[in-house]
Write a protein that binds this ligand. Structure first.
Ligand SMILES: [Ca+2]
Ligand SMILES: [Ca+2]
Ligand SMILES: [Ca+2]
Ligand SMILES: [Zn+2]
Length: 417
């Protein structure tokens, strides 16, 4: 009995340690996920290797693109899978992740000034941008964020990538980066699939606590600045960890110095784990593809940029012709009627309130609101203002005088701009 109790304590404390270490150190599941996928389907390894060759081939015939100047934009759909309110993170937190990606991949991150002198010459503007999807695979308007309630406690051992499994099926990868947000159970921060893998699993998965940056991310800790997303999207664009293969293996990228092991936390700037490089440079532990804390990673190298751009030029090239971020019309307005009650007792006039939404790509500046009581004359309220794409404004129409009794009200908009 006593032995049993001691064993239980040991098991519990092991579990606790594992939990604590998960919170204090970055843990990325990309390599393990890839190995598991290949075990299930060896063809994936062949396809991923082919995608690497395609990227190298593309680079050979597109050396000019390596010099830069072409911004490539990736439409993103975020799939929020939630079991409870805390996991159903806000739109603001999700969109904050989009901002972090756009800062980091354009070298607009606020901490780029921390790049040490040794690496100033290779810290890259990757010339990749991310847009939130405004058009879904059926051509309908979307917020670019899907929300799926689940009974799955966490996705530590199952996939959030299938509706049948309590998650959400991906949108076509030819047109979107699928970015799942869910409870990963505290063991992993995230994982991603490399270019060339299976379409059904293609994309990035991150724990909900690690999405976006403060103030929109209120979860605290060392991984609350959205760099898990930056790191995992790097894998999705063909990057390996900087410590891949240790001092002799390498990540296949010339300007990231060899690194013996993952760097954790916030290493001393002089940290140098391999001395077989010439000249013997410090580790590039501030690279997004190392394992340091969010606050201590702030660069992609020029070599990494070349790999990512080559992937976007080859196996992921169809993203550049995606309509995912093209609004359905340039000029398109719609209304919703907000304040109509079927019992307006004892008053003889009322002012209907409507919600005007700009569903178009262009800024809406004028629109005619038509409205009609019963079968009476259609009246016009000419709205003018400035309403940017996919925003709304409440409008109160002029008071309408009515005789007592039942009436119908209808309204629509015409002639945008
Ligand atoms: Ca949960
Ligand atoms: Ca390297
Ligand atoms: Ca070194
Ligand atoms: Zn990783």
């Amino acid at each position: 009995m006593k032995i049993k109790a001691i064993l239980l304590v040991i098991i519990l404390s092991l579990g606790l340690n594992e939990h604590l270490s998960a919170q204090s150190q970055r843990t990325c599941g990309t390599d393990a996920y890839y190995e598991a996928q290949v075990k299930l389907n060896p063809q994936i390894e062949i396809d991923v290797n082919q995608a690497k060759l395609d990227a190298q081939q593309w680079l050979k015939s597109n050396l000019a693109s390596k010099q830069g100047g072409v911004i490539r934009t990736i439409p993103v759909v975020f799939h929020v899978i939630y079991e409870n309110a805390a996991e159903n993170i806000s739109d603001a937190q999700v969109l904050s992740q989009l901002d972090v990606l756009n800062y980091d991949y354009r070298k607009l991150n606020a901490d780029t000034g921390k790049v040490p002198t040794e690496f100033e010459g290779v810290a890259a503007d990757s010339e990749i941008e991310f847009c939130i999807a405004v058009r879904d695979p059926n051509g309908n308007a979307t917020s670019g964020i899907t929300r799926t309630a689940t009974t799955v406690t966490n996705f530590s051992s199952t996939s959030p990538k299938s509706t049948a499994g309590g998650g959400k099926d991906p949108w076509p990868r030819d047109d979107y980066l699928n970015f799942w947000i869910c409870d990963l159970g505290g063991g992993l921060l995230g994982y991603a699939t490399p270019p060339g893998g299976s379409a059904a699993n293609d994309g990035v998965v991150c724990g909900y606590q690690y999405i976006g940056a403060p103030p929109d991310n209120a979860f605290g800790g060392a991984f609350n600045e959205g760099r898990t997303g930056t790191h995992e999207v790097g894998h999705w664009l063909g990057l390996a960890h900087t410590f891949q293969g240790g001092c002799t293996g390498g990540d296949g990228i010339a300007d990231t110095p060899p690194t013996a092991n993952p760097n954790y936390g916030c290493p001393s700037v002089t940290q140098n784990s391999c001395n077989n490089d010439f000249p013997d440079l410090i580790d590039m532990h501030m690279n997004y593809m190392d394992y340091v804390d969010d606050a201590c990673m702030y660069l992609f190298s020029e070599g990494q940029k070349t790999v990512m751009q080559s992937v976007l030029g080859s196996s992921r090239s169809s993203l550049q012709s995606s309509a995912g971020c093209t609004p359905i019309n340039n000029l398109d307005a719609g209304i919703a009627i907000l304040s109509i009650s079927d019992t307006l007792c004892g008053i003889s006039s009322f002012s209907p309130t409507i919600n005007l939404t700009n569903y178009g790509a262009n800024t809406l500046t004028t629109v005619d609101v038509r409205y009609q009581i019963d079968s009476g004359v259609v009246q016009t309220y000419s709205w003018t203002g400035i309403l940017s794409s996919f925003t709304s404004e409440e409008i109160m129409l002029p008071p309408i005088n009515l005789a007592f009794g039942d009436h119908s009200f209808r309204s629509y908009v015409e002639n945008p701009n």
